[in-house]
Design a protein around this ligand. Structure first.
Ligand code: KG4
Ligand code: ZN
Length: 329
């Protein structure tokens, strides 16, 4: 079995994954959403201190598996360095104390592996990664060969939901709340412009800061917002935010075939986005792969699944050599 730890942002999570059949034997996650909500976003120092309290608590619950462990895995990049350090320190201590090899796992590869929990991997795979920190379109030949097809030039997809939510006075993280409001709203009421439409046809990139500013101007123009207007802003914003993703995805695959398409990351829980991706995949005769809702946002189960692959490749790292990196190599 592998014990895996995730602390790259504001979720403390530990999982135990069985090597032979990838079964998830234990998985617990403690989210810090409530603690950060009052600040309108994640406060790294506070997040690190909370990990220092919650990670050991979860670890105690996984103690009965210690004697059967074969390796310790931990997210070491990318993420907030002060929070990554909490998980990495714990992993190193466990590795030394239990005399077990150590695996450093890339958080983004972890998100890709959220599609394969308790299942076999499936490659080649094209992936849309939409989280609070990333908006990436990837061609994944395998976990060691990943080509970045497009990324964001400024805010990420999930971050734009959080920022619009903040402007509307909604608590952090606002993604799921905006989706809920959007269901009751008129998505055509506000005619926000889809970002990067007029740019050179060769540019494959995402941008969300302009859309966020359009929403800001709309909110300012309204003064006091009634409930229906908030719902209409959410619906109109979500429609355009997703339309931007879809426009660029369609452009990326205009002359490219795709057989398997996955969507991962916290914002991949958005059902409106999933619906649009379903339609795109149907048009390309591709299969859409989604993670179970509980594995969309940050969690150690996906890190453990990725670690099973790393374990079989002997990708172990010495305790002294495992470094924390805020961005990917
Ligand atoms: O993957 P994740 O848990 O953390 C990062 O690695 O960033 O993603 C969190 C992000 C937040 O920005 C949150 O607002 C967004 O995912 N999110 C959503 C939805 N659920 C979570 N965005 C849009 N619609 C949702 N239903
Ligand atoms: Zn993440």
């Amino acid at each position: 079995m592998i014990l895996s730890i995730e602390s790259s942002c504001d979720d403390s999570s530990i999982a135990i994954t069985r090597l032979k059949d990838k079964k998830l034997l234990f998985h617990k996650k403690i989210s810090q959403d409530a603690e950060h909500a009052q600040y309108g976003g994640v406060v790294p120092e506070l997040a690190a201190r909370l990990h220092a309290v919650t990670l050991p608590k979860i670890l105690e619950e996984a103690k009965s598996y210690f004697s059967q462990l074969k390796a310790i895995a931990v997210t070491n990049e990318p993420g907030l360095s002060v929070t990554l350090v909490e998980g990495v320190s714990m992993a190193k201590a466990l590795s030394v104390a239990l005399n077990l090899p150590l695996l450093g796992i890339n958080h983004l590869k972890g998100h890709i592996c959220s599609l394969f929990i308790e299942a076999e991997t499936l490659f080649p795979l094209d992936v849309l990664l939409v989280s609070g920190g990333h908006t990436q379109l990837l061609h994944v030949t395998n976990l060691d060969e990943i080509k970045l097809l497009a990324t964001t030039m400024d805010d990420s997809f999930g971050e734009s939901f959080d920022k619009v939510g903040k402007m509307l006075g909604l608590p952090y993280p606002a993604g799921a709340i905006i989706e809920r409001y959007a269901k009751k709203g008129n998505a055509k009421r506000f005619d926000f412009t889809i970002p990067l439409q007029g740019t050179s046809s060769s540019l494959l990139a995402f941008s969300y800061s302009g859309l966020k500013n359009q929403v800001r101007l709309c909110i300012e123009a309204h003064g006091n917002l009634d409930e229906q207007t908030i719902c209409d802003i959410c619906a109109s914003f979500q429609r355009v935010a997703v339309a931007h993703l879809m426009q660029k995805i369609k452009k990326a695959y205009k002359e490219r075939s795709v057989e398997h398409f996955g969507v991962v990351g916290g914002a991949s829980a958005n059902l409106y986005l999933r619906g649009e991706l379903e339609a795109f995949c149907a048009s390309k005769k591709a299969k859409l792969h989604t993670a179970k809702m509980e594995f969309c946002s940050d969690n150690a189960a996906m890190i453990g699944r990725c670690a099973v692959e790393a374990y079989h490749k002997d990708a172990f790292v010495a305790v002294a050599d495992l470094k924390v990196r805020s961005s990917s190599k």
